[in-house]
Design a protein around this ligand. Structure first.
Ligand SMILES: Nc1ncnc2c1ncn2[C@@H]1O[C@H](COP(=O)(O)OP(=O)(O)OP(=O)(O)O)[C@@H](O)[C@H]1O
Ligand SMILES: [Mg+2]
Length: 244
């Protein structure tokens, strides 16, 4: 059995009276592509935010590579080896594609400028960035920006990568490209935790899936079992439906 890279123990995040994440315990194995699904407002982004240090949990613990990282600040989490892309793409529009990726290498991996530039070039190749690396970010289309975002996250030297709705806004052929890219990143030795609404992507790439509903963990299982789980279908669609 592979080592567990990330564990949450009874993790909760409340916003006033709202239990956005409630008592969630999951274990992500090294080398997994682990899916996090659930209806809108289920707490998926909040769970990623709490693990990534955007805010401290209300209760519970986060353990990364055997080390308690509960309450770490975002830059400490990044240095520990967790990086992320955002549901809303956040590039620096006035920087070039290359400079955007260098930000990850300089501030995450703390590489000096020359090494950061070389690393950024290598990663833009790795994600098949199709244009001149010196193209300004504000001239890129959605798919090109997603590639840059992924390269920037990888440039931190992370061991665990959070992807939040990377497939949003993509065409079916772009979706296949993203699926291949996600697998390539995993094969390069980075564990992936992916939040996604698009079932095709989740079912194809994930080895395990956790389902959140109103902040609580409803199920954790392999994709086939989650797709057949009546509680999961009900959470999404009401009675009488199956996911697939
Ligand atoms: N900073 C915040 N302050 C107050 N409430 C918040 C905050 N962030 C999230 N929430 C609330 O917490 C709940 C969970 O939100 P979250 O964004 O984690 O859901 P999600 O599963 O990512 O949804 P989606 O699929 O729509 O992205 C929602 O009710 C949301 O309104
Ligand atoms: Mg979200």
């Amino acid at each position: 059995m592979a080592d567990v890279i990330l564990e949450t123990h009874g993790l909760s995040k409340h916003f006033g009276g709202l239990k956005a994440v409630e008592n969630v315990s999951i274990a992500v194995e090294e080398g997994d592509i682990f899916g996090l699904i659930g209806p809108n407002g289920a707490g998926k982004t909040t769970l990623q935010n709490v693990v990534a240090g955007t805010y401290p949990p209300t209760k519970g613990r986060v353990v990364f590579q055997g080390r308690d990282v509960t309450g770490f600040k975002p830059h400490q989490i990044c240095r520990a080896g967790i990086s992320r892309t955002y549901q809303i793409v956040r590039s620096f529009p006035r920087l070039t594609a290359l400079e955007n990726v260098m930000v990850g290498a300089v501030f995450g991996a703390r590489l000096p400028e020359g090494a950061a530039r070389a690393k950024a070039r290598e990663l833009l190749d790795f994600v098949d960035f199709p244009l001149d690396p010196d193209t300004p970010a504000n001239a890129l289309n959605t798919m090109q920006l997603k590639r840059v975002e992924m390269a920037k996250a990888l440039a931190t030297g992370c061991r665990l990568l959070f992807l939040d709705e990377v497939a949003a806004g993509l065409t079916p052929s772009e979706l296949n490209v993203i699926i291949a890219l996600i697998r390539r990143i995993r094969d390069g030795g980075v564990t992936i935790l992916i939040v996604e609404h698009l079932m095709k992507l989740i079912m194809e790439v994930c080895s395990r899936i956790a389902v959140l509903c109103f902040g609580e963990l409803l199920a954790v299982d392999v994709p086939q079992a989650v797709a057949r789980d009546e509680r999961v279908a009900k959470a999404y669609l009401g009675d009488g439906f199956v996911l697939e």
